[in-house]
Design a protein around this ligand. Structure first.
Ligand SMILES: [Fe+2]
Length: 454
């Protein structure tokens, strides 16, 4: 989950899943295939020597003038929403072991695949041996013209890489055995002010049991939420608690009562300076009431932001809110099903998160339960096999991960964008200069430009 840490995942059931018909299969590959030239491990190593750029700043976009009317409009065109089509190698006339043909397919159809990713939120690729190994996976997304960036957690904690090398662009997708009973709630990858534009999740080895990758369409979640809940959350905004520091029980044990206020002010100032020097967004510290496990704690909250955005390319409104993964209540509810989170070290406790209204108000349990119900109704469980990839638009498509048993090896590459993105964006807005300028303002803002001031 996380902000400072965890990632997210999820899937959606049901409606809207289309077939490979969204793609126009290429002509017989025997006639169109170019000489494939897999990069090989040497090229992967070379890429790892290059420093990827930071994840891009989040594109907050324009504030939606009438959020309820916007939701009505989405509901009225609900049947038009298509989500996450699946493409199998056999759909395009290739055998699963024809890695050269597969690479040619991705090169020849890159534009159409990227367009489908943006319009449908995600594309699921199955039975492609090309992506069974990291080198082929890198070849895959480079053939598509995707531009890698650093993990958004880069500035606060390094997510491990699949091959263990420091500069690898392929990160572990929460495979640790110690986290196997932790259901990673639905989220968009987003840390502080940064959010990758897209991502490719790959399976190198599926877990023996469970471990499905989860995806959900943010447009459908927005569509299905109760209008009153949408109105409250959008009107007041949201803010995350991004970490809890549960180390301050000694204040009550060893500091005389008369000296506690001054001691706490001093600690808060020092910790605030240390954290704000480490991250690129403003963090507000608050002493917790009761603390973690009964221990006095400091809670760090990020700035207020909107829970619903307009898509940076298509302009469609969609849910962009990590409450499902970050809500302390929803996590505790899941613990009742899957067992308690296993905190093996202090870092795990620090990464505990929660979500509040933008004015720091507490969100009612009934609203959280409703959000959970709507989210899970839209989750699609994708049981990935070795070589399967889910290419997703990180704004439109949320993700998560089911609990698992056994050994799981999934990876992820983050993208700051792709070749032709600017042209796609202009076409999506029909060259609306005002909208373009507004989106640029949003992209350049360190925090949402309509965020509640604190
Ligand atoms: Fe994630």
């Amino acid at each position: 989950m996380v902000k400072f840490s965890i990632p997210a995942v999820a899937l959606s059931i049901g409606a809207g899943i289309s077939s490979a018909s969204a793609f126009a299969p290429s002509p017989p590959f025997s006639s169109t295939r170019r000489a494939a030239s897999p990069l090989g491990m040497a090229a992967v190593a070379e890429q790892q020597q290059r420093q990827s750029p930071l994840a891009p700043l989040t594109v907050w976009g324009d504030r939606i003038p009438d959020i309820i009317e916007s939701q009505r409009a989405v509901r009225s065109r609900s049947s038009e929403i298509e989500f996450a089509p699946t493409v199998r190698s056999s759909d395009i006339g290739l055998s699963r072991d024809d890695v050269d043909g597969q690479l040619s397919y991705f090169r020849d159809n890159a534009h159409e695949i990227r367009r489908t990713m943006v319009e449908c939120g995600a594309v699921i690729f199955r039975d492609f041996d090309l992506m069974k190994e990291q080198s082929g996976f890198v070849n895959f997304y480079e053939a598509l013209g995707m531009k890698v960036c650093l993990d958004p957690l880069h500035s606060v904690s390094a997510r491990p890489t699949v091959d263990g090398s420091k500069n690898s662009p392929v990160y572990e997708a929460v495979n640790k055995e110690s986290r196997k009973n932790f259901f990673i709630g639905m989220h968009n990858e987003f840390v502080g002010t940064r959010a990758p534009r897209a991502a490719a999740f790959v399976c190198f080895k599926p877990a023996e049991t469970g471990g499905e990758f989860l995806i959900a369409d943010g447009r459908k979640i927005f569509r299905d939420l109760d209008a009153d809940v949408v109105g409250r959350l959008y009107g007041r905004g949201i803010r995350y608690s991004v970490m809890e520091l549960p180390f301050f029980g000694w204040i009550d044990s060893y500091v005389p009562e008369f000296a506690r206020p001054a001691t706490m002010d001093l600690i808060k100032g020092l910790v605030s300076a240390a954290i704000n020097a480490k991250v690129d967004f403003a963090v507000d510290l608050r002493w917790g009431e009761g603390g973690y496990d009964g221990v006095r704690m400091l809670q760090a909250r990020a700035p207020s932001q909107p829970p619903i955005l307009v898509h940076p390319v298509t302009g469609e409104p969609h849910w962009f809110c990590n409450v499902h993964s970050h809500s302390s209540k929803l996590r505790k509810d899941r613990e009742a099903i899957y067992g308690a989170e296993r905190f093996e070290d202090g870092a795990s406790q620090i990464n505990k998160s929660d979500m509040f209204y933008g004015d720091d108000g507490v969100i009612d349990d009934s609203d959280l339960e409703h959000i959970d119900e709507v989210t899970m109704k839209n989750v699609q469980f994708v049981k990935m096999e070795a070589g399967d990839v889910v290419l997703l638009d990180n704004y439109k498509c949320m993700h998560g991960r089911n609990v698992f048993d056994g050994t799981r090896k999934h990876g992820v590459a983050w993208f700051e964008g792709w070749e032709g993105e600017e042209e796609m964006r202009r076409a999506g807005r029909n060259g609306d200069d005002d909208a373009d300028a507004s989106r640029r303002r949003g992209a350049e803002a360190a925090v949402p430009f309509f965020a509640t001031s604190l």
